[in-house]
Design a protein. Sequence first.
Length: 353
Amino acid sequence: MKICLSIETSCDDTSIALVDSSGWVHGMVSANQDLQHAPFGGIVPEVAGRNHLENILPLIETLFEKTKINGVTVTSENLEGVAVTNRPGLMGSLIVGIVTAKTLAQAWQKKLIGVNHLEGHILAPFLRDSSYQPHFDWQQPFLALAISGGHTSIYSVQGLGHYEVMGNTLDDAAGEAFDKFGKMLGLGFPGGVKVDHLSRTGDPQKFDFPRSMIKENNFMMSFSGLKASAQRLIESLSSEDIQRYQADLCASFQEAVVDVLLAKLQRAVLQTGIRHVVITGGVSANSRLRQRSLEWAKINKVEMLIPPLRFCTDNAAMIGYAGVLRLERGEVDDLSLAPSPQSYLKDFQGKGR
Ligand code: KG4
Ligand code: ZN
């Protein structure tokens, strides 16, 4: 069984994992930077890069100290290679992970492999550990709805590296919309999870938010109209009413996002006939989306996989899995591996690219 050390630093989470080619996560440690970015109301790239630099080596040391396979501590001897996210992401953040990965790979004489962060999210539902097992595997066509702070896409997946982009957001990502809405309500950063929590006691029908492009016969999405409409509504309310209706505002906003995501996913299932579906990325942690998509899957006889929260949000395990599968296939990068703010053209096929 091949094991990979993996490094994820594309945005604001520093994460390190040891994963094998069955997707088994032997260990993972992560450092979240929410507290450092909260005073600025969003992610500050320079702050993210500096924090990665402080976090990365202690995290790698901790991971090796605490990970045991069959009771034996893992060392570099056990590794097939080092996988690292090299695209897409914040340049200053990616560089920290890449330089670390190159240094370790060279010092240990191990293979190096650069991984697309979004490929990681697509494969994340197929990771496994002592408390999570996927109920189908990725060696068959499946649809992936990947929703995060920077991306919102529907992919038709035909195998490793065969990702057709069926649809994308034309403007804001769903997570970005959640965060900006949270900011409008003064909930702080990141807003998504706070909107989710407040929604639990709110009325999702209280306010009528737009569901842009929901009826259009394609897989494209747009969340900027929703954001503008929320801004107008909040500006029209008194601060007492904003406070009084906070939960209803959150629930109604969240319902609009979930309606659009599920409508587009349903369209993709109907058009392709593919009945294996995964939902992944930070926004798949949303409790209403999880609940409604599982209900929808049951009614529509769709096999649905939504990973546990630790594999939904940014994590190195998903990068390690993609990396080790690619190494197993004979792919390898050299020390010229560079960061890229965008995906490579070859990473994805399809009209929605
Ligand atoms: O995948 P991810 O961890 O990082 C990116 O690659 O962007 O996704 C982060 C996004 C943020 O916008 C965050 O607000 C959102 O996921 N998010 C949520 C929830 N948890 C995280 N959005 C809605 N409900 C949640 N429970
Ligand atoms: Zn992500």
